[in-house]
Ligand binder design. Structure first.
Ligand SMILES: [Zn+2]
Length: 57
């Protein structure tokens, strides 16, 4: 029952070895990820309703 952020898979090579690069300022639901395998950068959208008010980080 953890509420950690889901880690997306690379849409290019389907690798799970990805690292979050940055959040977009305009939309907190969108984050940018870098794939260590094919070295592609892709954007990932989190959906599922409103973001948690306090992540605790
Ligand atoms: Zn990849």
């Amino acid at each position: 029952m953890s509420r950690e952020d889901p880690t997306p898979r690379c849409p290019h090579c389907d690798s799970g070895d990805v690292t979050r690069v940055a959040y977009f300022g305009t939309s907190a639901a969108q984050s940018q990820w870098h794939c260590a395998r094919c070295r592609s950068v892709f954007e990932f959208w989190r959906y599922g309703g409103p973001l948690s008010p306090r992540g605790g980080e």
